[in-house]
Design a protein around this ligand. Structure first.
Ligand code: NAD
Length: 302
């Protein structure tokens, strides 16, 4: 099978080796239009226009979880199977989120910057503990559940969860109390988002929702840019409507709105929540293994 690696720098070498070991032909850019499979990650948009150039594609491998950059209806109409790696980066993202909860609530980065400038501790930056706090998780799938499991030992007061597609019984296993969005906005000390970007979730958080949160709330978005309205977040943070926010994802990547970087109570990272050695391997190798399984079940010749 001929495969084109759309984002070569983004695909782990072990996954490439596995493809080669199993007889796949890796196409060069010049011959890419002969591809029967595409291997992509975050910065390729698979839509009608893109697929026009790839008449023979039968499989799309997506290294990662989110499928918001793939027009799945278009793929279905062309009989193209989309293969991703669900749960492959849940641990990495969960660790990132817990890290940001502590970094932000304790102003650790600001205190470190002070020390770099020869200033001793700033008592006005005194922080709060996770213990006794309320966490609100929006989207209680693989990542949301992993966060809840990891926080079992941290003595939070409670974990609230909003996920219209999961019932109370499913969430109870993870010590998450199912609740409405309005309650989650009002009661959470920390709010973290783990939902796909789609028309239903775009601009889920605007000025209106932020105005319902506590002034001490810390908002974390490591899901997708566009779910939190950046313009409204900037205004809210400037007005101290909430304590702080941490963003790993942006409306425009990698050319992000430069104003975001200038805001003192906004902590920004360059889409690294899932960037660990372990997750990289699982995200890239997972779809290759699935494709190999499908092909061997179909008894197709490689
Ligand atoms: P998942 O599919 O396991 O879980 C997503 C959950 O969101 C599901 O339980 C679903 O029912 C729920 N959901 C869907 N629409 C919702 C809505 N409108 N309101 C509330 N809940 C809703 O996915 P996951 O592995 O937990 O990942 C979540 C998202 O995080 C992905 O879609 C991806 O876009 C993003 N992500 C980002 C990074 C990163 O590097 N920053 C890494 C991994 C995943």
């Amino acid at each position: 099978m001929k495969i084109y690696i759309c984002e070569p720098k983004e695909i782990d070498q072990e996954a490439i080796n596995l493809l080669q070991k199993n007889g796949f032909t890796l196409l060069t850019r010049v011959r890419r239009f002969e591809a029967e499979a595409l291997f992509m990650r975050t910065y390729t948009t698979i839509d009608y226009k893109y697929l026009q150039n790839f008449p023979d594609v039968k499989y799309i491998l997506r290294a990662g979880v989110g499928l918001d950059n793939i027009d799945r209806k278009e793929c279905k109409s062309r009989n193209i199977e989309v293969i991703n790696a669900p749960g492959s980066n849940a641990n990495a993202v969960a660790e990132y989120v817990i890290c940001m909860m502590i970094l932000v609530s304790r102003s650790i980065i600001l205190q470190m910057a002070n020390l770099d400038r020869n200033l001793w501790r700033d008592r006005t930056l005194i922080g709060r503990e996770l213990s006794g706090s309320t966490l609100g998780i929006i989207g209680c799938g693989a990542i949301g559940q992993t966060i809840a499991i990891k926080l079992r030992a941290w003595n939070l007061d409670r974990i609230l969860g909003y996920d219209p597609y999961l019932g109370q019984a499913a969430l109870r296993n993870f010590n998450i109390q199912k609740c409405s969005l309005s309650r989650l906005w009002r009661e959470s000390d920390f709010i973290t988002l783990h939902i796909p970007l789609n028309p239903e979730t775009q601009n889920l958080i605007t000025e209106k929702e932020i105005s319902l949160m506590k002034e001490t709330t810390i908002l974390i978005n490591a899901s997708r840019g566009g779910i939190v309205n950046e313009k409204d977040l900037i205004t809210a943070l400037k007005n101290k409507a909430i304590m702080a926010a941490a963003l790993d994802v942006y409306e425009n990547e990698p050319d992000i709105n430069s104003e975001l970087i200038k805001i003192a109570n906004l902590y920004t990272t360059p889409h690294i929540a899932a960037l660990t050695i372990e997750a990289e391997k699982q995200m890239c190798i997972g779809p290759v293994k699935k494709l190999l399984d499908i092909l061997s079940n179909n008894q197709e010749l490689l």
